[in-house]
Ligand binder design. Structure first.
Ligand SMILES: [Zn+2]
Ligand SMILES: [Zn+2]
Length: 262
């Protein structure tokens, strides 16, 4: 049995949990250690099981809790050399393992496949985590659904997929012109519409659950993102994530996915 959830998701912090009965990994540590601890406690998840944190890129909403979390709990940090160099020194843990985008790294029962993505960071990567026969994708902060993204999504059973903005809300919203252009660009974020198109295009029958992730506070709303995916809800479990609280936990057993209500 594995458990999967978003401890936090959005532009003020990202942290995704994938765990077996014995051990766990996190992808990104973009909230404080205190917040990670508080939210894991609410979810009845045990920090001592966490063996590693994989970092997708150096933007602070993905890395700002890394140093304290890793140093205090003896957790191994994994990131690319360029990401480590570019990251603010305050975020550097005592020890860091370096990987190259495209590497597959083994941590206990987990195999973490990394791959490059398009985003305005130095060396951004997404991940597909393989454990107990399941493949869980963590694919946020992508300007464009590149071939890597499509290829790995086609192997996923579960995915945290960016559904960052609604085109109209972004257009009419408070962001200055240059920031609107940045969000929309091929190195910015994926809109609700682009996320839907990606899922439709890849058409993966193994994919069961989609966590709508990194939903913008200013340029999107959970109900709007959910609505964009409404026509796919008979095919997939569509679950929202939230910036202020953890998502529901998805428990994955032998055959099917079962939702665990808090
Ligand atoms: Zn981000
Ligand atoms: Zn980013």
């Amino acid at each position: 049995m594995i458990k999967v959830c978003a401890i936090a998701s959005g532009s003020n912090g990202n942290c995704y949990y994938i765990g077996t009965e014995k051990e766990a990994i996190l992808v990104d540590a973009g909230i404080s250690r205190r917040q990670v601890m508080k939210r894991m406690k609410e979810l009845r998840l045990d920090i001592s099981k966490v063996k590693a944190v994989f970092i997708s890129h150096e933007h602070s909403d993905h890395i700002k809790g890394l140093r304290v979390l890793c140093d205090m709990h003896d957790i191994d940090a994994y990131l690319t050399r360029d990401t480590l160099q570019k990251a603010h020194r305050n975020y550097h843990p005592k020890t860091a393992h370096v990987f190259t985008a495209g590497d597959s790294v083994k941590v206990g029962a987990f195999t973490i496949h990394s791959f490059s993505k398009q985003h305005d960071a130095i060396d951004p990567t997404s991940f597909r985590v393989e454990v107990e026969g399941q493949n869980i994708g963590v694919m946020t902060d992508i300007g464009l659904a590149c071939d890597n993204t499509k290829q790995h999504l086609s192997q996923c059973n579960i995915v945290f997929l960016e559904s960052n903005y609604d085109e109209q809300l972004l257009e009419e919203g408070p962001y200055p012109y240059y920031l609107k252009q940045r969000v929309k660009s091929d190195h910015g974020h994926l809109s609700n519409k682009q996320a839907v198109e990606l899922v439709e295009q890849v058409e993966n029958p193994k994919l069961k659950t989609i966590f709508l992730s990194h939903i913008s506070a200013d340029n999107n709303r959970v109900d709007i993102a959910m609505k964009a995916f409404e026509h796919l809800a008979n095919q997939y479990n569509i679950l929202p994530t939230n910036r202020y609280a953890p998502s529901e936990i998805l428990c994955v057993g032998e055959e099917q996915l079962v939702l665990f209500s808090q």
